[in-house]
Design a protein around this ligand. Sequence first.
Ligand SMILES: NC(=O)CC[C@H](N)C(=O)O
Length: 385
Amino acid sequence: MATAKYPITPKGATGVLVLADGTCVFGRGFGAVGDAVGEVCFNTAITGYQEIMTDPSYAGQIITFTFPHIGNVGTNPEDVEREAPHALGCIVREDVTEPSNFRNVQGFDAWMAQTGRIGISGVDTRALTRRIRMQGAPNAVIAHDPAGKFDLAALHEKAKSWPGLVGMDLAISVTGAQREWAGGVWSLGQGYAQGEGSEKPHVVAIDYGAKDNIFRSLVKAGARVTVLPATASYEDIMALNPAGVFLSNGPGDPAATGEYAVPVIRKLLDANMTIFGICLGHQMLALAGGAKTIKMHQGHRGANHPVKHLEKGVVEITSMNHGFAVDAKTLPDNVVETHVSLFDGSNCGIAFTDRQAFGVQYHPEASPGPQDSFYLFEKFVGGLR
Ligand SMILES: NC(=O)CC[C@H](N)C(=O)O
């Protein structure tokens, strides 16, 4: 049996990304020391690295930022989509510099170390991104050792034996507990708006790994929000007497979310509940309606993805983070395609013709990203009594 040959670790290299095919990409490690295995994706957003790192939809993934300067405004406790990062780590072009921003509380490097996330800087992120574009998102191990002593064969073995995101249910591992949501969207000098009031329409939001800005956006649109964990049963949901149910984003394969998600959504559809789904929630809504989802070649991750609203013929610039998509060819007769990606024509929105249920593949709550699509929150909450 031929033994794979591994390169000599270059002098000064304290970080390495070892792909499942044995490719080793060296750089300088920062953040936590150790290693982690997942799928490597790329994100083209220029701002919002802290929001991106803390988006639970990135569980099981290592993010390559195509923008070269990451970490230069540090971190703060407000720009998080969840209390801690969910991405396993990140790969960046330039070394993380001293934070330069009046909102900085902790440097990106220290924040990554404290939250157990590994970074590698000094990587040719353009080459890595081109590779993902041409060959698809690889599985890999990201490793950081200040001594630069890597057992590349062992890391390669770990990358090869990781089963991959297809068929992987991760929503169950990132969901939170039941909670009454308080707080609207953040603004400079004001912090998070307060949004109380029991006379507002009550939305039960199912947390499959939600970004907090979705809940803040629902509050801004005029809802009172109760968050339930991903495992909430149909009975748990109905006991709260919701005016509408929101299905959140989340990590992993939508087709692998098991008995706790799609069958519950199917019951909500049967009960003619008003439903709005975002990203994973959109994909599972489509599955509950009878459609299928597919793994994408490279996925969509960035803050400027053009989407066409088919009925109005207008373009929305959107924030995206997904590696699976609804296969529009499989939509049943009572579900129409409402939005498509102008990058590759993939499905970006659906609506049931015989139910008050719709979903979008992109992130109308932005964070980071443009706010063209906030109307979807107003449409959902405005339609509730
Ligand atoms: N942001 C999300 O909800 C992502 C959904 C799903 N995990 C995907 O990658 O397509």
